[in-house]
Write a protein that binds this ligand. Structure first.
Ligand SMILES: Nc1ncnc2c1ncn2[C@@H]1O[C@H](COP(=O)(O)OP(=O)(O)O)[C@@H](O)[C@H]1O
Ligand SMILES: [Mg+2]
Length: 620
């Protein structure tokens, strides 16, 4: 997160006030949104929408049928009024009550049909919308979880959360109200226009002429509100990203006293968000009364011209009454439609971003037909491996390495030498740019995920614990494990004693009060998890770095047991760990520069011998 520019921005003009603040916070969100034209849905959004509707085609058709009947029963009202005034009332005066019975009965039936179809429509729409939202929420979660580590390194957790929260909320809003107003709005405007022109073309044209100023006002409204709305979408995404980053990095925030800076950034975003939303209402406050005014002026003109036409005998009084009723009914949904323009904008942008996330491909996909491997011995081979995170910036160069099954290898080297990268390639967080990584002679990219996780387990410094009992956290290593096996695993790594001392022992919730574990304790739980998983190859990437010396000693003692009978790759910055290794690899700038048993390397003299001598000296 870059904040350098933000610190210098004191006074900026209205438009840019918060921009530099969150430019750094969510630059990618902003770029993604700017790329979206909003005018029409991109192909991927349409694909997503189709796939969401497909399983519910029946309901979607029912919804359309219902809204058509509902609108028809609503539209017939003014026609019945016209019939009543022009035919039924005069007939009644003549002593024939039948036409009035038809008009009144028809109106009543239309009213009942309208109420019934309305109820059914709202229900079907809600069911359909919730089914689609259920589906898409599940898909976003599953897919985000499936995507490779490399994706999540670029697409921060804040952005995934924004997809899951604000974007899905927008779709929810649209589903709840927008869909209804869209369909009824378009239908009523279309049907009423036709009916008016058929009833009396001259008066119909006058009524429809109001469409011109309304169209102009709506165009203005859309233009202004789109700008405001986009600003608010950008800011809300940045707001979420900023919030999650602060919470995720709370320790760094505290230790560097960054609260004030964060408060300033968040405060600016928060203010800008409120301002954008406020501006949105200001625009509505101009637009909505404007449309009402045009509607009322139109009504007056129609009444005036209509009265003259009635006088001329061109139309009957009832037709004029129908006109007045129709004109009223036409402009209300129009206004509503315009109001929902933002909801459609939001929804299409949200759909765009969600479909973008859903169409991301895992960079390390499970092969369609994995190669069976059976019992895994644990021989590891890197054959001509080259790797770069960023194209053109190689991190590993032409790496050739064979680790026989059962060997304990320590990798040492300066920070940035590429040690963790070797570990991540072996665990297949990434695939090599060139060459292959083999487990028992099988390319790891050809293994099923299940075989790969059975074969290779990596423990890193950031041992993550999930909410829930300690026992469950250990059982992640092997979900089928019994309680006895879980406890045995904890004992094997020397974690049993402290776990039993917790308020509820193995049943203590690791995130509840009293269950909170220290970094070292979390690490021991992670070791127990790995031990229980019983992989053929175990990778420890600086896994003991957060342990204090006594805990590290305890792990050290347990390590013999943990590593027994399996291949181990230990990346350690404390040389004490190296003592138990059969072999040491010294890495520098993405290459292995020394390779051999620790004794030989010391005897030969070289980087490792120097470092080792210095370490020895520090001990006395
Ligand atoms: N996710 C990443 N994206 C881009 N570059 C990375 C990433 N992870 C590591 N690097 C770069 O790769 C090089 C090797 O990193 P790493 O394997 O983590 O080193 P070590 O574990 O030896 O400290 C470093 O120059 C580092 O900056
Ligand atoms: Mg590292």
């Amino acid at each position: 997160m870059s904040t350098g520019a933000a610190a210098n921005s004191v006074i900026l003009d209205e438009q840019d006030r918060a921009e530099p603040e969150w430019r750094g916070v969510a630059a990618e969100e902003v770029d993604e949104l700017s790329a979206h034209t909003g005018a029409r849905l991109a192909a991927r959004s349409r694909r997503l929408l189709r796939s969401l509707i497909r399983p519910h085609r029946g309901k979607a058709l029912a919804m359309i049928a219902l809204v058509v009947v509902e609108q028809a029963s609503f539209m017939i009202g003014p026609l019945l009024v016209a019939y009543g005034i022009d035919s039924a009332v005069p007939a009644l005066v003549r002593g024939d009550g039948w036409p009035l019975t038809v008009a009144v009965g028809g109106y009543l039936v239309a009213g009942v049909v309208n109420a019934a179809t309305r109820a059914a429509f709202v229900r079907v729409t809600a069911v359909l919308a919730q089914a689609m939202l259920l589906d898409i929420r599940g898909r976003v979660f599953d897919h985000s979880q499936e995507l490779s580590v490399s994706f999540h390194e670029k697409y921060t957790s804040g952005r995934v959360i924004a997809r899951m929260t604000s974007d899905l909320d927008t779709l929810q809003d649209l589903a709840a109200e927008g869909l209804d107003s869209l369909i009824s709005g378009i239908l009523s405007v279309g049907v009423i226009s036709v009916v008016l022109l058929v009833l009396d073309p001259p008066l119909g044209l006058i009524a429809l002429a109001a469409g011109i100023p309304i169209a102009l006002c709506t165009k203005w409204f859309q233009k202004v509100s789109r700008t405001i709305y986009r600003r608010s979408r950008r800011v809300v995404a940045a707001l979420i990203v900023q919030f999650t980053e602060t919470m995720n990095g709370l320790r760094a925030v505290k230790s560097f006293r960054r609260e004030a800076r964060n408060r300033a950034i968040f405060g600016a975003l928060n203010t800008d968000y409120a301002r954008a939303n406020g501006d949105g209402y200001v625009v509505i406050a101009k637009y909505s009364p404007g449309i009402h005014l045009i509607g009322n002026v139109t009504l007056t003109v129609v009444m005036l011209v209509g009265a003259l036409r009635v006088m001329d005998g061109a139309i009957a009084v009832g037709v004029l009454a129908a006109f007045l009723l129709y004109v009223r009914r036409m402009y209300d949904p129009l206004e509503e439609l315009a109001m929902f323009y933002n909801a459609f904008q939001s929804a299409s942008a949200a759909l765009e971003k969600i479909s973008g996330l859903l169409e991301e491909q895992a960079t390390v996909p499970e092969p369609a037909t994995p190669q069976p491997i059976g019992e895994i011995a644990g021989e590891v081979t890197f054959s001509g491996v080259e790797f770069s995170y960023t194209p053109g910036v190689p991190v590993l160069h032409e790496l050739n390495l064979t680790i026989p099954a059962g060997q304990t290898v320590a990798i040492v080297g300066a920070t940035g030498a590429g040690k963790s990268t070797v570990a991540k390639l072996l665990a297949r967080f990434y695939d090599p740019t060139e060459g292959t990584v083999l487990l028992d002679g099988v390319d790891v990219s050809q293994l099923s995920t299940a075989d790969l996780r059975r074969g290779v387990v990596m423990v890193t410094q950031e041992s993550f614990l999930f909410s829930g009992p300690v026992a469950d956290n250990i059982a992640i290593g092997r979900p089928s494990a019994t309680r006895a096996e879980i406890e045995a695993a904890a004992d094997a790594v020397g974690a049993g004693a402290f776990i039993r001392a917790l308020p509820e022992g193995f049943d203590t919730d690791v995130h509840k009060r009293g269950g909170r574990l220290s970094a070292g304790q979390r690490q021991l739980v992670a070791f127990a998890r790995a031990f229980l998983a019983d992989p053929a190859v175990l990778i420890l990437d600086e896994a003991t770095a957060s342990l204090d010396i006594p805990s590290e000693r305890a792990v050290q003692a347990a390590l013999g047991r943990v590593l027994h009978g399996r291949t181990a790759v230990i990346i350690a910055h404390r040389l004490s760990t190296v003592e138990i290794a059969d072999r040491v690899l010294v890495m520098a700038d993405g290459r292995i520069v020394e390779d051999g048993p620790p004794r030989d390397l010391i005897a030969r003299g070289g980087t490792f011998a120097d470092v080792h001598a210095a370490w020895r000296a520090s001990l006395v």
